[in-house]
Ligand binder design. Structure first.
Ligand code: 2P0
Length: 333
């Protein structure tokens, strides 16, 4: 298997910048079928296929400018040059150029709280690199490049349902948009804790893969979940989609609980909210949940149930992933 640099060289023609600055926006995404484990660490190939929904205006803006020294600011605050985010950004950027760059990023979603901010960040970064270096690369290529920064970033270059299916061929392992519009679908964010998580997904997934005795079983189930979800989305079968997404997430957290030592992202508020979702469902309100590498929950429901769900969860932030309202895509304000 080739290394990152040779891989990149085959995907884009590396050259001097063609403009002094460039900006891009990428939406965050929530996986309905999760990516959790790597088949190839160097090229970030996943063990199982995953499928996500993008969060429209919740994501990351990235602005790049040529500079005399590397600089990273996140939401207006400069990152220290020995911080993990600085190192991760410039380890990535340096794969493409020896130019010094100032990277200004702004997230419209909490950073590192299991809300996929690294996915939208690396996707926006790659789109901005594409502009500043004038690669003119297609989305599939940019998705492969974003994957090297963070696996789930390859699903953050487009709005809508995105599948990351190919786990074996590095040239085909990118996020593909499904041709589905689902105007009635809503995503609810239940943010209990927007602090940085204690254990980053990257470490957590490798630890789960290495130590949880149930990991292989989860992978087998997850491959079936992917097929079920794909079909449910194509048929707009909300019940099938919600049940499968919830099962996929909760079974993943069970697998993490069995790792040694255990990884537990849930907090008491998380479990209270899970119970509330189940109570609502018993009372006939069709709502499902999913949970990522953090204590926060994301709810899946249809527009017709919005009032009932908002009555139960006053703090809910509601996203319409297929809204036709225009997005402002450029720049960091
Ligand atoms: C996902 N997550 O599919 C899953 C579900 C979190 C829980 O992808 O090591 O930050 O950078 O490839 O993409 C988070 O993992 O991991 C993630 P790396 P990433 O959205």
């Amino acid at each position: 298997m080739i290394d990152k640099k040779s891989y990149i060289n085959k995907l884009v023609q590396l050259k001097a910048p063609s403009v002094n600055n460039a900006s891009a926006y990428a939406p965050s995404n929530i996986a309905l079928c999760k990516y959790w484990g790597k088949k190839n660490l160097e090229l970030n190939l996943p063990t199982t296929p995953s499928l996500s929904i993008s969060l429209r205006d919740r994501g990351s803006h990235a602005k790049l400018s040529l500079a005399s020294q590397n600089l990273l600011s996140i939401n207006g605050v400069n990152a220290l040059s020995d911080s993990p985010s600085f190192k991760r950004t410039f380890d990535f950027v340096n794969l493409f150029t020896s130019e010094k760059l100032a990277v200004h990023s702004r997230n419209t979603i909490p950073t590192a709280a299991g809300l996929a901010s690294s996915a939208s960040y690396f996707a926006a970064l790659v789109m901005a690199l594409n502009k500043i270096f004038d690669w003119q690369a297609p989305i599939s290529t940019l998705s492969c490049l974003a994957r090297l920064g963070s696996g789930s970033a390859c699903r953050s270059l487009q709005h809508g349902f995105v599948k990351w299916f190919n786990c074996d061929d590095p040239w085909q392992s990118y996020g593909e948009l499904m041709d589905i519009q689902w105007e009635e679908l809503r995503i609810g964010l239940l943010i209990f804790d927007a602090k940085e998580k204690a254990i980053l997904s990257r470490q957590a997934m490798l630890h789960t893969q290495k130590t949880s005795p149930f990991y292989q079983t989860w992978c087998e189930n997850s491959r079936s979940d992917f097929v079920l979800l794909h079909k449910a989305i194509e048929q707009k079968n909300f019940t099938q989609m919600g049940e499968t997404a919830e099962y996929n997430a909760l079974s993943l957290h069970a697998v993490m609980l069995a790792a040694r030592p255990a990884i537990i992202y849930s907090q008491p508020t998380t479990l209270q909210a899970v119970s509330k979702v189940h109570e609502l469902r018993s009372a006939g309100v069709e709502v499902y949940l999913t949970q990522d590498a953090g204590p926060n929950l994301k709810l899946l429901f249809l527009k017709k149930d919005l009032n009932a769900i908002q009555a139960a969860f006053a703090e809910l932030e509601v996203i319409n992933p297929f809204s036709t309202v225009n997005l402002i895509d450029n720049g960091v304000s």
